[in-house]
Design a protein around this ligand. Structure first.
Ligand code: ZN
Length: 147
């Protein structure tokens, strides 16, 4: 991958253009100089969800969860670990469905946790239920093959 890719900064929401070859070299935001990837999922809200879902050229994996949900809390470390493996080819994010009920309704989340994989604004995969790190990674790679 040598074409430039657009990566949204999780700190300032600036849209960066990163040469594909430099994606794995710890790119920083051109506007606020924060690292574009930290190996951790980012928290998204109604205010910045669409920006990240539509302006990133890499797929966006979203964990729809809630603090009161036991399986969600069980999956959290696995999702955290998956971020370390999948970045910078995939952006990982979390949506707290208790605080972001409009987003949960918009995507018809009926059970949590639910993972949804987006690419350039389109939903390309959905998987309800808690998963371990390797299942998450395998599932994402299968869904995003050929993008
Ligand atoms: Zn920034």
């Amino acid at each position: 991958m040598s074409e430039p890719v657009h990566i949204v900064c999780s700190q300032c929401r600036g849209v960066n253009r990163v040469p594909g070859t430099r994606l794995s070299e710890g790119p920083k935001c051109g506007r606020c100089h924060a690292p574009l990837f930290t190996g951790h999922p980012i928290a998204l809200t109604g205010a910045d969800f669409d920006l990240h879902a539509t302006r990133n050229d890499i797929p966006l994996l979203v964990d729809f969860w809630a603090p009161w949900c036991g399986p969600c809390r069980m999956m959290a470390p696995a999702f955290e670990q998956a971020a370390k493996i999948l970045e910078p080819q995939v952006r990982l994010a979390k949506v707290n469905t208790e605080e972001e009920q409009a987003l949960a309704a918009r995507f018809g989340i009926v059970s949590i946790p639910t993972l949804i994989l987006f690419h350039q604004g389109r939903e390309i995969g959905r998987q309800p239920g808690a998963m371990g790190t390797h299942d998450i990674v395998r599932w994402v790679r299968a869904q995003s093959q050929g993008l």
